[in-house]
Write a protein that binds this ligand. Structure first.
Ligand SMILES: C[S@@+](CC[C@H](N)C(=O)[O-])C[C@H]1O[C@@H](n2cnc3c(N)ncnc32)[C@H](O)[C@@H]1O
Length: 376
């Protein structure tokens, strides 16, 4: 996308899904031809190295390093925010976002609550989530009942295509509908064949009879402060999930989530008894903040890649989230060697060992025996 285009009017933003798929294939082909060139040439430009690093194991054409096929990825590359050229995979087009001033809903309150409730979209209607108080009045944002009474479900992404499902309050729904990326295609950045990590059998997570759990590994030596990838969440959950939603979670998500997003969610690990999606979501949620909520009560997001990262109290990457781009990312805290497992932290690394262990056991059902905690 050229930087001279107007915000939100990029050519990719107006493309149909089949056109985006064709573009995907074209990029795959261009990428493989570049990889071929870079192997043949004794010298490469720094831009080409960016796209096809000589130390990176080469992915055969049409096969991605992550072991995923394009059809497995809920959010393939291709939107109107980033330049998907492999020459500039991480260059954010700031022009698209520069005029976006998030509405200050926190201070405005739900003055137009009735209007916003009238606009609750078909996801909410179809799943029959109550959006009014029992006395038929609109809930206000600070109403203690609002969390259970006014849950909304909405899709954020390309309509009819891949989109993230968001369980939230009406205020957040209003905010997301005002977001410049509302109804725009979401994507993984850079193109998934260029992501310098792969999903492999974990060095720390034993799945019992099912064998090793999964984890993320560096596909090449990765420098400090490198953004490994950016990806939109499969799902965002309000922290106050009503029993109404929890009990019907499988049914609601089956009715509202695109098939690709469902498949990606179902592929994630579940550390809770049973095989329901709610357990899967609880296992894989990571804090993502939206300006409609106080920072100490963030939403939880489930991601295709981020949620594969195992825990260490001495992590080598940090999780980043930007609600403006609607993407989570992993950023290296130090140099990571090829083949090394990538770890984030699931707890407060400044807490005592006992407190860290207690939190991890309670939330994720394993005893942390990382390099910092040791085996005992
Ligand atoms: C968000 S998932 C991480 C990805 C997961 N390993 C997989 O196979 O998809 C969290 C779960 O991974 C496992 N896990 C994560 N870090 C671990 C560690 N340091 N030691 C043992 N198990 C761990 C636990 O079962 C935890 O509930």
């Amino acid at each position: 996308m050229s930087s001279s285009q107007e915000p939100g009017t990029g050519a990719l933003g107006q493309m149909s899904s089949s056109e985006i798929a064709a573009l995907e294939n074209a990029f795959m082909e261009m990428l493989s031809s570049l990889e071929g060139e870079s192997a043949a040439a004794s010298t490469t430009t720094s831009k080409t190295r960016n796209a096809a690093t000589s130390s990176t194991p080469k992915a055969p054409a049409n096969e991605v390093k992550l072991g995923l096929r394009a059809s497995d990825v809920a959010f393939p590359s291709g939107n109107n925010v980033y330049d998907h050229s492999p020459f500039a995979p991480f260059n954010l087009d700031e022009k698209v976002l520069k005029d976006f001033v998030p509405p200050q809903f926190m201070t405005v309150g739900l003055a137009d609550g009735a209007k916003s409730l009238a606009a609750i979209d078909e996801f909410t209607r179809r799943s029959r989530i109550p959006t009014l108080r029992k006395d038929n009045t609109a809930p206000s944002h600070d109403d203690p009942d609002v969390q259970s009474m006014a849950s909304c479900i909405m899709g954020f992404g390309a309509p009819g295509e891949s989109y993230a499902v968001v369980f939230c309050d009406p205020l957040t729904r209003q905010f997301l509908r005002a977001h410049p990326l509302f109804q725009k295609p979401l994507c993984i950045e850079p193109h998934y064949s260029s992501i310098p990590i792969y999903i492999g059998s974990s060095n720390v997570h034993d799945n019992g009879e099912n064998g090793k759990g999964k984890g993320l590994f560096a596909a090449r030596r990765i420098a400090k402060d490198e953004v490994l990838f950016r990806e939109p969440p499969l799902m965002i959950m309000t922290p106050e999930t009503s029993p109404h939603i929890a009990m019907q979670f499988d049914k609601i998500t089956s009715q509202t989530m695109p098939a690709r997003t469902q498949a990606a969610l179902d592929a994630l690990h579940n550390c809770w008894p049973g095989n329901d999606r709610f357990g899967r979501v609880r296992t894989n949620m990571i804090a993502v903040d939206l300006p409609t909520r106080p920072l100490d009560r963030p939403f939880g997001g489930c991601f295709q890649l981020v949620s594969r990262a195992n825990h260490s109290c001495a992590p080598n990457v940090s999780f980043g989230w930007d609600y403006r781009t609607f993407q989570g990312s992993l950023i290296t805290d130090r140099v990571i060697e090829a083949g090394e497992e990538i770890f984030i932290s699931y707890c407060d690394v400044h807490a005592s060992k006992a407190a860290r262990r207690e939190e991890i056991l309670r939330k994720y059902r394993f005893k942390c025996t990382c390099t910092r905690c040791g085996p005992d």
